[in-house]
Design a protein around this ligand. Structure first.
Ligand SMILES: [Fe+2]
Length: 266
């Protein structure tokens, strides 16, 4: 079974390159399941129901998020609309599972691919240099008791490389892949841990690299130089699609391969 995870889709440039390049990637690698982090898909801040459905239309099966999940408030009602309606598209937009009890939406999704493989996606958020949510380690333990699929991909949306690799080792042998998001910088440490869990600290951003993690560099420089508030607009050049491909056995959930992909806009 082949799983393609597309790193943080950033604003319109990110959505455009997904539109242009995702179909060929899915075909080239015979992808069974496509997952993407979409928390910055709407102008760099949050995701709207309309953009989520656009991404589903482009062939993404499940969308994960992170600390920017609520930036566009209409996503709250959209997520609430999935309550009791497992078949709705809205159920496939996740927020981190370790948010406080009672938070709208769901932190995990279990489904079956068109090719007939059962899978689950779990979304977690780190606590180091981020808001202090529930413990992602213990929340993952609880979720794994409920999930019946063996092919399980975990998106760890976190700042600190240490917290991400620690979660990788914690979940080693219990999930197929632990992939990091949030820093928007791809890391070159993709490998399969000895007990069959594919791991990468950060998949990298799908968006404009001619800026500071997606934002026009002049605006961020101004912020660092003056500490004054200002507008943040998406950068537009050097657009790349960063993704990671996982090979795993849907029966055992064990990963056998991981490959880092970076495509530039043609
Ligand atoms: Fe983030």
């Amino acid at each position: 079974m082949r799983i393609l995870f597309v790193g943080d889709i950033y604003a319109r440039p990110g959505r455009n390159i997904v539109h242009e390049r995702l179909p060929e990637l899915q075909k080239q690698y015979a992808v069974d399941l496509t997952i993407a982090n979409g928390e910055n898909a709407a102008g760099g801040f949050g995701i709207t129901p309309q953009i989520a459905e656009e991404l589903f239309e482009l062939g993404i099966d499940v969308i994960t998020t992170g600390n920017h999940v609520w930036d566009k408030r209409e996503i709250i009602e959209y997520m609430n609309s999935a309550n009791g309606n497992e078949a709705s598209l809205a159920r496939r937009v996740l927020r981190p599972a370790n948010y406080p009890e009672g938070t709208p939406g769901f932190g995990w999704y279990q489904g079956r691919t068109r090719s007939g493989f059962d899978y689950a996606v779990v979304n977690l958020q780190g606590r180091v240099f981020m808001t202090n949510n529930d413990d992602p380690f213990r929340v993952a333990d609880d979720l794994l008791k409920q999930i019946t699929a063996n092919a399980i991909l975990v998106d760890v949306h976190a700042e600190a490389t240490s917290e991400k690799i620690a979660l990788g080792y914690y979940l080693e042998g219990r999930v197929s892949a632990v992939l990091g998001t949030h820093t928007h910088i791809p890391t070159a440490d993709e490998h399969v841990l000895p007990k069959g869990t594919a791991y990468q600290t950060d998949v990298g951003m799908t968006g404009p690299y001619d800026g500071v993690i997606g934002v026009q560099k002049e605006m961020i420089l101004q912020r660092f130089l003056t500490n004054m508030p200002g507008r943040f607009e998406p950068a537009s050049n050097d657009v790349r699609l960063c993704a990671t491909l996982i090979d795993c056995d849907p029966q055992t959930g064990r990963a056998s391969g991981i490959e880092r992909i970076m495509l530039k806009q043609e």
